[in-house]
Design a protein around this ligand. Structure first.
Ligand SMILES: [Zn+2]
Ligand SMILES: [Zn+2]
Length: 395
């Protein structure tokens, strides 16, 4: 069976996460996004594990069900050098045991525990328990594995199971790095809130024998990812090299000459785009045979927000989003599959925007320095785009 899965989210127990990130909200919201399997996130947090146990039904083999949504246990761990690792876990008993074993001072406080273990030690620990592991948002400048290592094998001293690309990268960028030809890529949302422009904003289409941890493990090991759906990378908040204080986009070479200091006094952070170019072996991507298609998305709610010039979480935008989902079932249908004529019958303005998205004629003010990129329909900007960056809400 072909299913859409998002393995990386955070619960209400993670820092800077919405208090609404509870199973009872995550389940219906992810259904509306067209997902049928969701990672629980934060599965080393004892309080979150209790909530999972209390609110879901155990269907066996690692699947916890609420309503018509299936969950698999996943967590992100911050290891040595502040590198983030994503772990997929077989069941609650193992999650509890691993949580107890992980040397970490804040595991009762933060859903994303910090430990001083390096990638190799974390890999060894969780592999003993049959878990899957890979670097989370592998290229990002604060917490991505490639910020500290030029090779994934230097971090893990073994071959991890997957590489999560992160919002600021895609298959075309990652497949310029030779060593990644042996890894399946995962595209996950890293959502901290259940809003539709966050949860499921990236997901994986996977061929599974059935919904079970064993099948998920087999599919990832066999690289049976059938498609990756992800943001246009320059919408990601670390795509370009930029100042973390004033968010001005800065040429990476000039940034280096100025010792990563911005004229405003802020610190400039290297973008994913530039980091990948540093470690790339090829100027053009070379995809291995098994590499599935990568479908670029942008959150439909943000598209509607731009069209109507209203905040993405306002009633107007959420109402229009819900109206389209009620008719066309999923966001993917609206963005990719349904004819523009059909959408026009409901909302001609949104139809025009979706058409522009499909034709690749939407302007994107690229993200960087921690600010998400922004979409715009102004075709002829007088000023340079970098000067026009404004913020979307931060998570
Ligand atoms: Zn992370
Ligand atoms: Zn600055």
């Amino acid at each position: 069976m072909l299913i859409n899965a998002d393995f990386h989210v955070h619960s209400c127990f993670s820092m800077a996460s919405s208090k609404d990130m509870l199973i009872r909200n995550m389940a219906p919201k992810s259904k509306l996004k067209g997902l049928s399997l969701l990672g629980t996130g934060d599965a080393f947090h004892p309080g979150w594990l209790d909530i999972i146990e209390e609110t879901t039904d155990y269907s066996g083999d690692g699947i916890y069900t609420y309503g018509d949504m299936d969950f698999v246990l996943t967590t992100e761990v911050e290891g040595k050098n502040k590198i983030h690792h994503l772990i997929i876990i077989p069941n609650l008993e193992i999650a509890r045991e691993l949580s107890a074993k992980l040397p970490s001072k804040n595991k009762n406080a933060d859903g994303r525990p910090k430990t001083q273990l390096g990638g190799a030690e974390i890999l060894e620990l969780v592999r003993d328990y049959d878990c899957l592991i890979g670097p989370a948002h592998a290229f990002t400048p604060w917490t991505g594995m490639y910020k500290s290592f030029d090779s994934i094998y230097d971090c893990y001293e073994a071959k991890p199971d997957f590489v999560e690309l992160g919002l600021s990268a895609d298959t075309f960028m990652a497949d310029t790095v030779r060593e990644l030809k042996d890894f399946p890529f995962l595209t996950n949302s890293d959502a901290h809130s259940p809003w539709p422009h966050r949860l499921g904003r990236e997901f994986n289409q996977i061929e599974l024998e059935d919904i079970s941890f064993s099948s998920i493990k087999k599919a990832i090991k066999n690289r049976d990812i059938m498609a990756n759906y992800g943001l246009i990378p320059n919408l990601g908040k670390y795509h370009m090299t930029a100042c973390t204080k004033c968010y001005k986009l800065v040429d990476p070479m000039i940034a280096r000459e100025n010792r990563m200091k911005c004229s405003c006094g802020g610190t400039v952070k290297k973008g994913v785009d530039f980091r990948i170019s540093e470690i790339a072996d090829y100027s053009e991507p070379k995809h291995p045979d098994f590499r599935p298609k990568y479908v670029h998305l942008m959150p439909l709610a943000e598209l509607i927000s731009t069209v109507y010039d209203k905040g993405v979480t306002t009633k107007t935008v959420q109402g229009k989003w819900q109206g389209l989902i009620d008719i066309f079932q999923t966001e993917i249908n609206v963005l990719i599959d349904v004819s523009i004529d059909e959408i026009s019958k409901i909302d001609v303005n949104v139809a025009n925007a979706v058409e522009a998205f499909r034709n690749n004629t939407i302007d994107v003010v690229p993200g960087g320095g921690g600010k998400y990129g922004e979409i715009s329909f102004e075709k002829k900007l007088e000023k340079p785009k970098a000067a026009k960056i404004t913020t979307l809400d931060s998570f």
